[in-house]
Design a protein around this ligand. Structure first.
Ligand SMILES: [Zn+2]
Length: 142
């Protein structure tokens, strides 16, 4: 899933649980669950930059709205696993001949199935996921 989707869900889980350690664990766990849901991903660096800009925008809005440290830790923990994907993409772009880079996170390595869906449904499932999590947790925010 897009980083902004992982971040938004991790942020909401962190805010709901209110504890930084639990937020970190929930953020990482949510990454696996969200990667199982069929979704679309991107492979061009420009989309990755746009995705990170969206993460920064969500973080700024959330901080202004009063999100606490557990929320931000949950969000950051939720996007952290995709760092290995970004590193592999950057390495593959640098040395095109070598494609022997290994991924370790369960939903990236093949240990847990990674759901795939083409556009536009792959984006719609991500929006629906954020809406469902927000709806389920909104009582914890008020
Ligand atoms: Zn991932």
């Amino acid at each position: 899933m897009y980083a902004v989707t992982h971040f938004s869900v991790g942020l909401m889980l962190g805010q709901a649980v209110g504890n930084s350690y639990a937020a970190c664990a929930l953020g990482l766990a949510s990454h696996v669950v969200l990667d199982v849901i069929p979704h679309s991903d991107y492979s061009k660096i420009i989309f990755g930059v746009s995705d990170l800009a969206a993460v920064a925008a969500v973080a700024c809005v959330s901080i202004r709205a009063g999100a606490g440290a557990p929320a931000l830790i949950g969000g950051l923990a939720a996007i952290l696993p995709d760092l290995e994907v970004a590193v592999v993409h950057l390495r593959m772009a640098r040395d095109r001949a070598s494609c022997k880079h290994r991924l370790f996170f369960p939903s990236h390595s093949g240990l847990v199935r990674h759901g795939r869906l083409s556009l536009p449904w792959g984006v719609i499932t991500q929006i629906a996921t954020v809406v469902v999590v927000w709806t389920a947790l909104r009582g914890a925010f008020m």
